[in-house]
Write a protein of this length. Structure first.
Length: 374
């Protein structure tokens, strides 16, 4: 039986691309964002339904895909769950399940029940499994148990928080993955690859696109040259090595966060503020192509829309290499197929990077504005 895929919350197609490189064939995808759908069509083709999944009957998905209930190999997707994100917890307690944005989990499982794929794959923020705040994860497990009772299936979920850099992705990105097989076959998450790729491996050969304005925005963008590679605003606190401009841990971690050549990138943000990184080691914004590389999208990927839209599309995506790793494991363990050959999306090892960039001075107007009065 073919390794067919129905994709929900497809976005720009980061997960889908990885699954395709693992041997899956996407029959149909769904996403409500116009630019994301245009990007997916431009780069990979195929059928993408541009609509809110809540308004798309499962029967339409089967008809459009040219398949029947029970015949799809994999339903996969990344339901957006803002109530469970780290930033929501940083701002304080949230409604979580009572937040209407959490209904995306139910929509995903509605399609699973209506289509009964041989396997399912769901990706979400790691905050959905935080201790004492795991309502979202419990909902998923309870709803899958309900599906089994109603349909006679044996979906046995395995879930784990994975860090993308453990699997060759040149980016530190922690996300929860839940995988289950219809016949109850247990799934074992792949062990870390034992290879490490850095920001230099990913983007060290790229020059900025002269058509992109990559100057940092906001009041504090001018401070970036005074922050060493791999550091953030904490460098300029009483516990850092710079000036005491800010209080310790009084800002988001990603505030004025800069890449280090010899380390994986920090998580690419979907909706960063003007001083939110990660920034390039040359104290500028990352180009769209550089962000695509850090997400292990294949070269030649073109992102439709404005800079802001491109950042959102790329930042919301699953790194394609991680999709390839998990897709190969699903085919081998749950579909009984043999997968041969090396990973296709693993970035090359470019060897030792150049030394860190020199550190500059904090502009005097910033020192005067932020230094405590004498």
């Amino acid at each position: 039986m073919d390794a067919t895929l129905v994709s929900l919350y497809s976005g720009v197609g980061g997960l889908d691309l990885g699954l395709e490189y693992a041997g899956f064939a996407r029959l149909v995808g769904v996403d409500f964002d116009r630019d994301s759908c245009a990007t997916a069509r431009l780069n990979r083709g195929g059928l993408i339904i541009e609509a809110d999944i809540h308004t798309v009957p499962s029967e339409r998905l089967l008809v459009e895909a040219g398949t029947s209930r029970g015949d799809v190999a994999l339903v996969a997707g990344s339901p957006p769950c803002t109530p469970f994100s780290k930033s929501s917890y940083w701002r304080g307690d949230t409604l979580r399940l009572n937040d209407p944005r959490a209904s995306t989990l139910g929509a995903f499982l509605r399609v699973v029940e209506d289509t009964l794929p041989r396997a399912l794959l769901l990706e979400n923020v790691d905050g959905i499994a935080y201790a004492n705040k795991s309502e979202g994860l419990r909902l998923l497990l309870e709803r899958i148990a309900d599906i089994n009772r109603r349909t006679g299936t044996q979906y046995a979920p395995s879930y784990e928080v994975l860090s993308a850099d453990d699997y060759g992705v040149p980016q530190r990105r922690r996300r929860l993955f839940l995988i289950a097989a219809r016949e109850g076959t247990p799934f074992r998450f792949p062990e870390p690859l034992g290879v490490r790729r850095t920001a230099w491996d990913a983007i060290g050969d790229l020059e900025p696109d002269p058509s992109e304005d990559l100057r940092p925005r906001g009041r504090y963008g001018c401070v970036l040259p005074s922050i060493p590679e791999g550091q953030n605003y904490l460098w300029h606190t009483e516990r850092g090595g710079g000036l005491p401009l800010w209080g310790w841990r009084k800002r988001y971690w990603s505030f004025l966060l800069k890449l280090a050549k010899d380390q994986p990138s920090w998580t690419i943000q979907a909706q960063p503020g003007p001083a939110v990184g990660p920034f390039h080691w040359h104290s500028r914004l990352l180009s769209v192509r550089e962000m695509c590389r850090l997400q292990t999208f294949p070269d030649g990927m073109h992102i439709v829309g404005s800079r802001r839209s491109a950042q959102r599309q790329i930042g919301n995506a699953v790194p394609s290499l991680l999709g390839e790793v998990l897709g190969r494991a699903i085919r081998e363990q749950l579909l009984g197929e043999t997968v041969e050959g090396p990973l296709q999306l693993l970035p090359p090892d470019r060897g030792a990077p150049p030394p860190p960039e020199p550190v500059g001075e904090v502009p005097q107007h910033i020192v005067e504005a932020l230094s405590p009065p004498s």
